[in-house]
Design a protein around this ligand. Structure first.
Ligand SMILES: CC(=O)Nc1ccn([C@@H]2O[C@H](CO)[C@@H](O)[C@H]2O)c(=O)n1
Length: 105
């Protein structure tokens, strides 16, 4: 069995929104879909590897890039065009993605 991941990285510019509870989901690809609901995960900044906060995973659900809508943008605390722009840059040509929802602990 794969090890359950216990840390996750966010772009530094987005990490304050995670720490303040404004950003409650993240959308990742297959390589980061192995988080397990109910487990606690440490949040770090991607660029500087600084600890931000702890979160508890609530769910991991598959989503297609083409299905991402305003509802997700709201939970991402980003405008929808900006969200889709970031995702296409991080995961070019990837249709199959995963919505990871979490809460602060
Ligand atoms: C290693 C790595 O991929 N790190 C990432 C990937 C994505 N994201 C954010 O998650 C949401 C959906 O992609 C958007 O808000 C993105 O900006 C992030 O902060 N850090």
């Amino acid at each position: 069995m794969k090890d359950v991941p216990t840390s996750i990285s966010f772009f530094e510019m987005l990490s304050p929104f995670v720490a303040s509870g404004k950003k409650t989901i993240t959308i990742r690809d297959e390589s980061e879909c192995h988080y397990v609901p109910g487990t606690q995960v440490e949040v770090f900044t991607l660029e500087t590897n600084i600890k931000v906060c702890d979160i508890e995973i609530e769910s991991v659900e598959p989503i297609l890039f083409s299905e991402i809508n305003e509802f997700h943008a709201e939970q991402e605390y980003l405008p929808l065009p900006k969200l889709k722009q970031i995702i296409s840059k991080v995961y070019p040509n990837t249709e199959q993605l995963y919505v990871i929802s979490y809460k602060l602990v």
